[in-house]
Design a protein around this ligand. Structure first.
Ligand code: ARG
Length: 569
């Protein structure tokens, strides 16, 4: 039940009755405020804006409106100063809210708002031949959550892993492999072995610059489609992806496309030509650039002096390809804020090419930097946390707790995975994405307080109550949910759809994280204060309905941020 709309309708009726000639504001729902204290009602309507058009003091308007609003089944109304304060009819509010949630399980907060629209989501976008580390955790889980949120709101979603799989380093890697590597060692050692080879190559190349030529030659072979070069290159990619896929599986992350930088290698020529034709390319010491001085940005590099393309060139090709292929209404790049300039340049160049959609449909969804105990992440300095290691430790810790607290649980390993992953993902989506994250093991593995496991535990608690509830229940006595704790929980649940819509608007999953956490906290408070399976069958039926709806909303909220909801833990 949408109480905001219901109260807005009352206000509108009041205005029409009290001031027949007045113009009714278009967004009464948006004008309704949530009073800071519960004693001041559930919604307040300020009359200050009306006072300008009606030329009347706000308290006067409030009192006139008050006399013209009479619908105690929805809400009682009081006027205080220039405000109308609405107090919901608690029983009816409970019934309306719970019936609405329970009418279509798993759908509360969903909508068709995005119907017919496509959003492209460029996220995770890992680099080939690098182990998956926590530097790529935020983009992966923010992107995954946004994919789910958009889909929930009816959008057609395209998840793209824009792999970093192009550049001279891959030539060097092949050269190193040809010198010292062998199939078996790489197959067994995986990315670590590839990294070792690459590092050895760089170290020895310092004393023997001809090795760099060797690396360049191999990269040229990749570019030209030499079969041996391509075979090794694809194999390196497979090894990296196999590793990443394990992590994606554990996290429940899926992509619709793995078209990365190499996919665009044969599509950059057309972009360069178009830039040339549109008179946007400028010579700069032999390189080709788009001058962005006028827009307060350094030039955007398109071709190096040796004719090689750059990150920007491939991103331009990717943007045009995506627009053509998916006809998106939105294209989001979930990438750390360090690349802020890169994306501002990218969007500006597209705009200069005559694509106005670059300005209003493309968005860099940036997030903060991850450091580890105060230090910047760096493989070289050993300041690094690998994702598989993090997830393994989280699952081990969860398993240890389960063994201690619920030794008889049937599917312990499965639940440990759900809870361990839940702790890690939740801690990444807990705060506004733009905030920097200083990774700390104790925080990522924390299961108490406001954490993923806490919310999951609340869901399991609801499930347990529901298992104990009798199969057939009496007619609910909705007035049994008139106490402050039940009402507060109901209010949070009734506003859950607003949180989801807001999260989508701002591309900010933490809004859902906070909403579902507050609901879990409110349920636990309700649970401590009330006996759900009360002797009075009407009371019990109402509290069971509340529990059932709450479980449903928590499950949805967890799902939207990428967490599973075990029924027992
Ligand atoms: N692979 C890049 C990195 O790890 C991120 C790519 C983001 N996507 C893009 N279209 N530029 O930094």
């Amino acid at each position: 039940m949408d109480m905001r709309a219901a109260v807005a309708a009352l206000v509108e009726k009041g205005i029409r009755a009290a001031f027949p000639d007045a113009e009714v504001p278009a967004d009464i729902g948006g004008m309704l405020e949530v009073p800071p204290e519960r004693a001041m009602g559930d919604f307040a309507f300020p009359c200050f804006r009306l006072s300008r058009t009606l030329r009347m003091a706000p308290p006067m308007i409030a009192s006139r409106l008050c006399q013209n609003i009479n619908d105690p089944d929805t809400a009682r109304v009081e006027c205080v100063g220039g405000y109308l304060n609405f107090f919901f009819n608690r029983g009816n509010f409970a019934r309306g809210t719970l019936e609405a949630i329970l009418a279509s399980p798993g759908k509360w907060g969903s909508s068709g708002e995005g119907a017919g629209k496509t959003v492209c989501m460029d996220y995770s976008s890992i680099n080939i031949a690098k182990r998956f580390h926590i530097g790529h955790l935020s983009t992966t889980v923010i992107g995954n959550s946004l994919m789910r949120i958009y889909k929930f709101l009816g959008w057609n979603t395209v998840g793209i892993n824009h792999l970093g799989d192009w550049g001279t380093q891959f030539g060097k890697m092949i050269a190193a492999y040809k010198r010292w590597g062998d199939k078996k060692t790489v197959e067994e050692g995986g990315i670590d072995e590839m990294t070792r080879l690459y590092q050895r190559f760089n170290a020895e190349a310092k004393n023997d610059p001809s090795m760099d030529d060797e690396g360049r030659a191999w990269f040229k072979k990749i570019e030209e489609g030499d079969s041996e070069a391509l075979e090794i290159f694809h194999w390196f990619k497979d090894v990296t992806l196999k590793d990443a896929m394990r992590v994606y599986d554990i996290l429940g992350v899926h992509f619709d496309s793995y078209a990365g930088e190499s996919f665009y290698a044969d599509k950059t020529g057309a972009v360069v030509k178009e830039l040339e034709e549109k008179g946007l390319l400028k010579d700069s010491d032999g390189a080709k650039v788009v001058d962005l001085d006028e827009y307060g940005m350094p030039p955007c590099l398109i071709l190096k002096s040796d004719g090689a393309t750059l990150y920007h060139t491939r991103d331009l090709a990717a943007a045009l390809y995506r627009k053509k292929t998916y006809d998106f209404s939105k294209c989001l790049y979930i990438v750390a804020y360090q690349q802020d300039l890169h994306f501002r340049q990218l969007f500006k160049v597209l705009e200069l090419m005559g694509y106005p959609w670059a300005a209003d449909q493309m968005k860099h969804v940036s997030f903060g930097m991850v450091s580890y105990e105060g230090q910047a992440l760096s493989t070289r300095d050993g300041v690094m946390i690998y994702l598989d290691e993090l997830l393994t430790r989280a699952q081990e810790k969860a398993l240890a707790i389960i063994n201690e607290k619920s030794p008889n649980l049937e599917n312990k390993e499965e639940v440990a995975r759900q809870v361990g992953v839940g702790a890690v993902v939740y801690s990444t989506l807990q705060n506004n994405r733009i905030k920097d994250i200083d990774f700390r093991w104790d925080r990522a593995l924390n299961f108490d307080g406001e954490t993923g496991p806490y919310v999951q535990y609340t869901f399991a608690r609801c499930s347990s109550v529901l298992r104990k509830a009798p199969a057939s229940l009496a007619c609910p006595d909705w007035n049994a949910l008139s106490d402050d704790d039940s009402q507060y929980l109901l209010r949070l649940m009734s506003r859950f759809p607003e949180a989801v819509a807001d999260a989508c608007d701002k591309d900010e999953p933490s809004i859902v994280t906070r909403a579902v956490t507050e609901i879990a906290k409110a349920y636990n408070k309700f649970y401590y204060e009330n006996r759900v399976l009360d002797e009075d069958p009407g009371v019990a039926a109402a509290r069971v309905a509340l529990t059932k709806a709450c479980a449903d909303v928590i499950r949805t909220g967890l799902y939207l941020i990428g967490l599973e909801a075990p029924e027992r833990m």
